[in-house]
Design a binder for this molecule. Structure first.
Ligand SMILES: Cc1cc2nc3c(=O)[nH]c(=O)nc-3n(C[C@H](O)[C@H](O)[C@H](O)COP(=O)(O)OP(=O)(O)OC[C@H]3O[C@@H](n4cnc5c(N)ncnc54)[C@H](O)[C@@H]3O)c2cc1C
Length: 403
């Protein structure tokens, strides 16, 4: 069997690696001309996603590129009052499974390196423009006029997936959550270190701020700001001259360390991404063409799970293609194994994002009062363990789902 994969972000290379382990040939076609070493800001990999990497022997290269471990989140309001602390429970797990932050570009580059083995290939500069099932397989068409043939096509081509449109031309568009995400790294900011392995998250008066310091004095930070939707091109055209004062101004009445961190960050980090999700996608596959990662289920960055969900998908679809000879049944089985969990995570991300939309003193007052009750309650009940404790046994055989 030969599997074509569109997209060498996170899901694509890991699906290729998992297929390779199952003895299935996989070719990843990526639109970018080369591995994206400097792409975007950092993201968090949670224990459930890290355990997928461990299963596929990809954990060490990723941990080599990791920035900082964070097994707990401490919440405060803009004046510094504590609202509660949540642990991901990973301090008791085997070494390497504690949540880490990693630059998105470095993660993609490490996964791409680690995912090239005999039978697995990543080809850059191949932008997919169309695809179709032929009756005996699939054909992918690329912007350079070339085509590729295989038995299965996996769309791992992210939030604005062209393969999604091929699977279902009526698929819902990603929904804007009302938040912009801006993130960066500050060097030399005069702020006290965060507690060990802890990210501090601040519900500010006008926007949300998260940060963590490391041993070298760097500070990794992100902002979630309520804002009307802005396209990527428009955001770039406005440039840091627009975004830097806007972001800094949002925190003028909050903890002074936030301003210190923003002031110590270079201009290039002040470029926002809209935060999107897709609550439910009616069709994840059509015959031998299927979707994995953000292409199937964009998850708000507020969940901290987009990358980990992409990893879980990748290993699950490989198991299905390994054990179920008919590609269409294999992909339908993959969808049935993933849909419920993924949609629950998407809903959780939207809920967390909504808590960041409050603006103004009155809304902020009620939000803080609510959060100071809810966060300790979640902590007591280990309310997020269903997300972090999920494990996938790559070797366990998969039976086809009922038609
Ligand atoms: C600002 C921000 C912060 C985030 N923070 C977190 C976090 O803390 N934790 C977390 O888990 N997740 C986070 N995420 C989400 C996470 O980055 C995504 O969920 C994850 O990257 C999804 O992986 P993927 O492989 O499905 O898609 P992507 O990583 O988006 O990869 C898609 C790939 O497909 C390629 N492509 C697109 N179109 C084509 C085409 N036509 N032909 C060929 N290739 C194509 C793209 O170039 C890209 O390489 C964040 C996202 C953003 C934007």
């Amino acid at each position: 069997m030969r599997v074509l994969i569109s997209g060498a972000g996170i899901a694509g290379p890991v699906a290729a690696a998992a297929l390779g382990r199952a003895g299935i040939d996989a070719v990843v076609h990526e639109a970018h001309p080369s591995p994206a070493e400097h792409l975007g800001s950092f993201l968090t990999l949670a224990p459930n996603g890290l355990s997928v990497l461990r299963t596929l022997d990809l954990l060490d290269p990723v941990l080599d590129a990791a920035l900082a471990r964070s097994t707990a989140i401490e919440f405060r309001n803009g004046r510094g009052r504590g609202l509660g602390r949540l642990s991901d429970g990973s301090h008791d797990l085997a070494p390497g499974l504690q949540s880490v932050s990693v630059m998105r570009g470095a993660l993609q580059a490490r996964l791409a390196e680690a995912a090239t083995a005999p039978g697995t290939e990543i080809v850059y500069g191949k932008r997919l423009t169309g695809c179709r099932a032929t009756g005996s397989g699939v054909v992918a068409e690329f912007a350079d006029g070339t085509t590729a043939e295989g038995d299965v096509l996996l769309g791992a081509d992210g939030l604005h997936s062209p393969v999604r449109t091929a699977v279902d031309p009526a698929a819902p568009r990603p929904a804007y959550t009302g938040l912009l995400n801006i993130g960066g790294v500050a060097e030399g900011a005069a702020v006290a270190p965060t507690p060990p392995e802890t990210t501090r998250m601040v519900y500010g008066r006008r926007a949300f701020f998260g940060y963590q310091t490391d041993d070298t004095g760097r500070v990794f930070w992100f902002v979630n700001a309520p804002h009307p939707e802005v396209g990527r091109r428009e955001a770039e055209a406005l440039g840091p001259g627009h975004w830097r004062p806007l972001v800094t101004g949002l925190f003028r009445d909050d903890l002074p360390e936030i301003t210190a961190i923003l002031d110590a960050s270079p201009d290039e980090h002040f470029l926002p991404f809209g935060v999107y999700d897709i609550a439910t996608l009616p069709h994840w596959c059509d015959g031998p063409i299927g979707l994995i990662g953000d292409a199937a289920h964009a998850v708000s960055s507020s969940s901290g799970q987009g990358a980990s969900m992409a990893l879980e998908d990748a290993v699950t679809v490989a198991r299905c293609l390994r054990d179920i000879p008919d590609p269409a049944r294999a992909l339908a089985t993959y969808e049935s194994m993933r849909r419920e969990r993924v949609e629950k995570v998407v809903a959780e991300g939207r809920k967390r994002g909504n808590s960041k939309l409050a603006t103004g003193a009155v809304q902020a007052f009620f939000r803080d009062a609510f959060m100071s009750v809810v966060i300790p309650m979640i902590a007591k009940k280990k309310g997020h363990s269903w997300i972090f404790d999920h494990r996938i046994d790559f070797d366990a055989p998969v039976a086809p789902a009922a038609a």
